[in-house]
Design a protein around this ligand. Structure first.
Ligand SMILES: NC(=O)c1ccc[n+]([C@@H]2O[C@H](COP(=O)([O-])OP(=O)(O)OC[C@H]3O[C@@H](n4cnc5c(N)ncnc54)[C@H](O)[C@@H]3O)[C@@H](O)[C@H]2O)c1
Ligand SMILES: O=C(O)C1=N[C@H](C(=O)O)CCC1
Length: 256
């Protein structure tokens, strides 16, 4: 008797000509359990997703496009794996409301697909309640259009939630006068500083300070290949997780 293999998943990539999209196209093409059925760039019609029979849509576009792309996918019964930034709380709420009408469909919004980054953020959040002070420095290539990074926003939110649950007071800060931006921006009470520097890809440090000591969680993506195992993991798990999942940690057993 011949062994039965499930048919390869039919995957479309949006933003296929971009830095991340081009890497995702290669990763999907190299995956034996996936078939790339569409690779769309700016200006291409989303109707091509339906005509190509896409089951999974990977969105790696720009903050202005991603919401409409995901809405189209969900309304057409396609699962979506989203790496694009710009998913604030109001966009997430609208997406949850849409998914409630499509209960079989899964969407993963993953601010960072690099497994090391996901781990560093989770561990830093857990550790943050034991330290008086916390600040985040994110460092990226200078072609990045958004600041702070989606990863830094997500990390700050995880930290703020951990510290609030443990009733940790706000980080001490005696600043009474400053030049605009000197203390970074405030994300849920956590200061975030953004560096844009030629030569960088994607990097983040979470600094935790207590009396006489510092603990630093640093993650470096030196190459966009670092994001691809997470993209494939997302595609392989999104259908089994209907509804909205924010963060690749939702599909991992981190035990933290
Ligand atoms: N989650 C992660 O791990 C991760 C990693 C790197 C980058 N990102 C995010 O992914 C996004 C893309 O990053 P990038 O560096 O590849 O940017 P990029 O500018 O190189 O690529 C974006 C591409 O999307 C295209 N595009 C815009 N609107 C489109 C549409 N409606 N349909 C199809 N294509 C469209 C653009 O023409 C461009 O080619 C950013 O939001 C970035 O922050 C996420
Ligand atoms: O290169 C980018 O742009 C990146 N964007 C994501 C973010 O904003 O966190 C992930 C890291 C790389």
């Amino acid at each position: 008797m011949t062994e039965q293999h499930p048919a390869p998943s039919r995957v479309a990539v949006l933003g296929a000509n971009g830095r991340m999209g081009a890497e995702a196209v290669k990763a999907v093409e190299a995956a034996s359990d996936m078939t790339l059925v569409a690779a769309l760039g700016r200006g291409d019609s989303l109707d091509q997703l339906a005509s190509a029979g896409a089951e999974f849509v990977v969105d790696l576009t720009v903050p202005e496009s991603t919401e409409a792309n995901v809405r189209f996918a969900v309304e057409h019964g396609m699962h979506a794996v989203v790496g694009t930034t710009g998913w604030d709380s109001s966009r997430l709420a609208a997406l949850e409301a849409l998914l409630a009408k499509h209960p079989e469909t899964g969407v993963l919004i993953a601010p960072n697909f690099a497994l090391g980054s996901v781990l560093a953020s989770a561990f830093a959040a857990k550790a943050s309640k034991y330290f008086e002070s916390v600040e985040i420095i994110e460092l990226h290539h200078p072609d990045k259009v958004d600041a702070p990074s989606g990863t830094a926003v997500r990390t700050a939110q995880l930290i703020a939630a951990e510290r609030a649950a443990a009733q940790v007071p706000a980080s001490p800060d005696a600043t009474t006068s400053e030049l605009a931006g000197a203390r970074g921006c405030d994300v849920d009470g956590v200061r975030v500083h953004s560096v844009r520097l030629r030569g960088l890809v994607a990097h983040q440090e979470v600094l935790l300070g207590g009396p006489g000591e510092q603990l630093t969680f640093r993650h470096d993506s030196f190459d966009r290949a670092s994001f691809m195992p997470g993209v494939l993991l997302g595609i392989r798990n999104v259908a089994a997780n209907p509804g909205l999942t924010v963060g690749l940690d939702g599909y991992l057993d981190l035990g933290v």
